[in-house]
Design a protein around this ligand. Structure first.
Ligand code: UN1
Length: 504
C-alpha cells in the first residue's frame, strides 16, 4: 500500500470495508485490483449488484429534480471548487493512475490536469448554455429556443483514461443540471473511487450529495441495467467498437440517447516537405505514449516515398532506445500494458502481422520479467494487410509509403474507424487539402502535431465506427441537455403559420 493511496482515502477499500461516504457496498463479490507495474495486489473492491445500482440511480433521479432548478452559474460555482479539489490532489491522483493503469507519471498527472481543465471550462460554460432567438413569420410573435437539463446521465468509462474521460462527461453534465452515475472499468476502480470521493466531498459540503454517483460492478450486471434503464436518458460510453455497438443498439431500442467514443485507427501522413525532427518526436509520442493504449494512439504512418529512407530508420532507432519500465521512475517513457490479456492480444497481433506478410522492423515481443511490458513495434506494412484495419490496443505502428497526397488521404480514410488524423507538412496547399471536404474523414485533423493529446476546449470524438459522439469542449454540452423551442404570442390575434386558415 502506497502512502498516497491512504491520503486518497483508499485504506478502507483495501480492507474490504465500506468507505466513510458509504458509496461502496459492504457485501457481495470482491474484485482484486492488481498493478500492471509488477502484478502486486493493490486493493480489494466489493462489487455492486443490482441493489446498489438501484440505490445510486434512484438517488440520482431524486436529486435531479432539485439540482436542475439551481441556477446554472451557481452550479458552476460548485464546479470551481471541484476543480480546486482535483488540483490539490493532482500529484496523488496522478500517482494512483500510474500505479493502477501503468501510464508514466507525467501522463498520470496530465490526465488529472485534463479533469481540472474540464472543471474550469465548465465554470464558464455554466454561464453560456445559451439558445438562439428566431424571427417569427407571424406578427406579434417571438420564437426562441432554450436548453433544459436532461436527467440522469450514465457514464461508462474505459481503463486507459480512468479519470479524465469521466470528467469530460461529468463536469459538463453537472453544469447542465444533470446528475451522473458513473460505471468505471473494472480494470481501474481505485482511480474512480478516489476521484469520486474528492469531487463528491465538495458536492456533499453544499448539500448536493447524489449529483455524482458511482457504481462499480460487472458489465453484464450494472452495465446492462444502466443501458436498459429508462430513467437514464443519456448513456455516454467510451471503449471498444464492439462494446459501443451493443450499447448503441440497446439504448436506441428504448429511443434513449447514446454518446459513443469508440475505437480509433489513427494515422499520420508525412508529406515530402515535412520537418522530420518535429515529425519524429510527434510520431513516437503518438504511437508509444500510454504504451499505445489511447483511443487517439497513432497506429498507421504514411510516409512519402522520397523521404522514407531518411525517416523510418530514425523511428526505428528511437523505438529501440525508448526507456521501458516502471512508470513511476523518472526517465521511463513506456510503462506496461494493462494486463496479461492485453499482452496476449499484442502477441497475437504480431503473429498476424507476420502471417499477413508484414515485416517487423523492431519489437514484436514482450519484455521478459514480471509485469506486462512489451516492446514498441514498428512494421513495414503491405497495403493488403487486414490487421491494419483493426485497432490493436498496443504500441504497434504500421508504416506505408505513398507517391501522392490524394493516395495517402484515401488510404488513411480507408478504415472503419474515424477518430484522429494528422499531416506533417510546411505546404499550405497540402495541409488545406488534408483539411478540405475531400480530406481527412476523422473527427480530429491536425497539422504538424500528432494524433493524440487533444486539448479539452475542442469537441472530442470521431466518425464512422468511432461512434459519432462529441465530448468535452465547444458545444458538446448540447448532448447533455434537451432543447425546447418556444413561440410566444403577444398580439390579440391568432394567426396560423404557413398561412393556414381555420376560422370558427
Ligand atoms: C482516450 O484515449 O480515450 O487526446 C482519450 C488525447 C487525450 C484523450 C484520450 N486528451 O489523447
Amino acid at each position: 500500500m502506497y502512502d498516497f493511496m491512504s491520503r486518497l482515502g483508499l485504506q478502507a477499500v483495501n480492507s474490504g470495508a465500506a468507505t466513510t461516504s458509504g458509496f461502496l457496498p459492504t457485501h457481495g463479490p470482491e474484485l482484486d485490483v492488481h498493478s500492471p507495474i509488477d502484478g502486486a495486489l493493490l486493493a480489494k473492491v466489493k462489487l455492486a449488484g443490482l441493489d446498489e445500482y438501484e440505490k445510486v440511480v434512484g438517488e440520482a433521479a431524486r436529486v435531479f429534480a432539485d439540482w436542475r432548478m439551481v441556477p446554472a452559474p451557481k452550479r458552476g460555482e460548485i464546479l470551481r471548487e471541484v476543480g480546486d479539489a482535483l488540483r490539490a490532489h493532482k500529484e496523488d491522483l496522478g500517482r494512483l493512475i500510474s500505479v493502477e493503469v501503468g501510464k508514466i507519471l507525467s501522463e498520470g498527472m496530465g490526465e488529472v490536469q485534463e479533469s481540472v481543465d474540464m472543471a474550469d471550462l465548465c465554470v464558464g460554460m455554466s454561464r453560456q448554455l445559451s439558445g438562439l432567438t428566431m424571427h417569427s413569420e407571424r406578427p406579434g410573435h417571438r420564437m426562441y429556443e432554450q436548453w433544459h437539463p436532461l436527467g440522469v446521465v450514465g457514464v461508462i468509462t474505459a481503463f486507459n483514461f480512468p479519470n479524465a474521460v469521466w470528467a469530460w462527461n461529468a463536469m459538463v453534465a453537472a453544469a447542465a443540471g444533470d446528475t451522473v452515475v458513473w460505471k468505471p472499468s473494472l480494470k481501474a476502480p481505485l482511480t474512480a473511487i478516489a476521484t469520486h470521493r474528492i469531487c463528491d466531498e465538495v458536492f456533499q459540503k453544499y448539500g448536493w450529495g447524489g449529483v455524482f454517483g458511482l457504481v462499480i460492478g460487472e458489465d453484464k450486471v450494472v452495465g446492462e441495467a444502466m443501458i436498459r434503464d429508462r430513467r437514464v436518458p443519456l448513456v455516454s460510453a467510451t471503449g471498444s467498437t464492439h462494446m459501443g455497438r451493443h450499447v448503441g443498439q440497446v439504448v436506441a431500442e428504448r429511443l434513449g440517447r447514446s454518446l459513443l467514443e469508440l475505437g480509433g485507427n489513427n494515422a499520420i501522413i508525412i508529406h515530402e516537405d515535412a520537418n522530420l525532427d518535429l515529425a519524429l518526436r510527434a510520431i513516437v509520442f503518438a504511437s508509444c505514449g500510454t504504451s499505445g493504449q489511447r483511443c487517439t494512439t497513432n497506429r498507421r504512418l504514411f510516409v512519402h516515398e522520397s523521404i522514407a529512407d531518411k525517416l523510418v530508420p530514425r523511428i526505428q532507432r528511437a523505438y529501440e532506445s525508448i526507456p521501458i519500465g516502471n512508470p513511476l521512475e523518472a526517465g521511463t517513457l513506456m510503462g506496461p500494458l494493462i494486463d496479461e490479456q492485453a499482452v496476449q492480444q499484442y502477441l497475437h497481433a504480431c503473429d498476424q502481422i507476420r502471417a499477413q506478410g508484414g515485416e517487423i522492423l523492431t519489437g514484436g515481443e514482450r519484455v521478459e520479467g514480471p509485469g506486462f511490458y512489451v516492446r514498441p513495434t514498428l512494421v513495414r506494412a503491405r497495403a493488403d494487410m487486414e490487421i491494419c484495419k483493426e485497432e490493436t490496443f498496443a504500441p504497434i505502428l504500421y508504416v506505408f509509403t505513398y507517391k501522392d497526397l490524394s493516395e495517402a488521404i484515401r488510404l488513411q480514410n480507408d478504415v472503419p474507424q474515424g477518430l484522429s488524423s494528422a499531416i506533417f507538412t510546411d505546404s499550405f496547399r497540402a495541409s488545406e487539402r488534408f483539411l478540405s471536404h475531400a480530406g481527412s474523414d476523422c473527427g480530429i485533423a491536425n497539422v504538424n502535431i500528432g494524433t493524440s493529446g487533444a486539448e479539452i476546449g475542442g469537441a472530442f470524438g470521431g466518425e464512422k465506427e468511432t461512434g459519432g459522439g462529441r465530448e468535452a469542449g465547444s458545444d458538446s454540452w448540447k448532448a447533455y441537455m434537451r432543447r425546447q423551442t418556444c413561440t410566444m404570442n403577444w398580439s390579440d390575434e391568432l394567426p396560423l403559420a404557413q398561412g393556414v386558415r381555420f376560422d370558427l
